[in-house]
Ligand binder design. Structure first.
Ligand code: ADP
Ligand code: MG
Length: 194
């Protein structure tokens, strides 16, 4: 199998498995991951934190906004800029939402509130699969890779923290030259620092 086909086959298999998780399982496991994150140094030392709006059985770490109100949280905005990078809009309990082109809710924002990914301290990222080296397979849009491509040098900030169920771990993923690896990952059973 060529690599692209291979990646798509992995995505299909894991997403099918994930779609069959019960709502109860999703909620319970998301709560365990959220606890690992809340107790981490990376979270405690961060002020500006990127989250994502969970859809299709994705792990939901949205409860962080209620569990620690001292932080400023942001959600990604899929823009139509030429570089196709994500930008981030601040959210609060009064935020209103509108679906983007992928039917994912995005907060309604004022242009001047948007920040670029390098202004965040910590980014909590969704993923389809990960391996023990922190390689990440996403949905195939490459958005997070483009947004954090500046981290390919020696730049440490922001910390990229993936969240996933234990079953999303694969023995090894062959990274592409543009793939940006995770710094940390939370599953229901543990927090891993790569
Ligand atoms: P995902 O990370 O969502 O699993 P991929 O890593 O397969 O998706 O990337 C999807 C596409 O995004 C790739 O075909 C690649 O061309 C493009 N891409 C990713 N990062 C960059 C980048 N830094 N510059 C330009 N294109 C990129
Ligand atoms: Mg990638």
């Amino acid at each position: 199998m060529n690599r692209q086909k291979d990646k798509n086959a992995i995505r299909k298999e894991i997403l099918l498995y994930r779609s069959k998780l019960s709502k109860e399982d999703q909620i319970n496991k998301s709560e365990l991951m959220t606890k690992h994150i809340l107790a981490s140094d990376a979270f405690l030392s961060s002020q500006h934190i990127g989250l994502y709006y969970a859809v299709n059985g994705e792990v939901d770490a949205g409860s962080l906004t209620a569990l620690d109100k001292s932080k400023q949280y942001y959600l990604p905005i899929v823009s139509n800029t030429p570089d196709q990078a994500l930008s981030f809009a601040p959210i609060s309990h009064t935020s209103q939402y509108k679906a983007n082109k992928y039917s994912i809710p995005e907060p309604i924002y004022k242009e001047e509130e948007l920040i670029s990914g390098d202004k965040l301290d910590l980014v909590i990222m969704p993923l389809v699969a990960f391996d023990r080296h922190g390689n990440r397979l996403g949905m195939g849009g490459g958005y997070y890779d483009r947004t954090f491509s500046f981290k390919q040098g020696s730049i440490k900030k922001p910390t990229l923290l993936g969240i996933a169920y234990d079953f999303q771990k694969l023995e090894s993923l062959a990274p592409e030259p543009w793939d940006i690896p995770l710094d940390m990952l939370a599953t229901e059973s543990k927090l891993i620092v790569f």
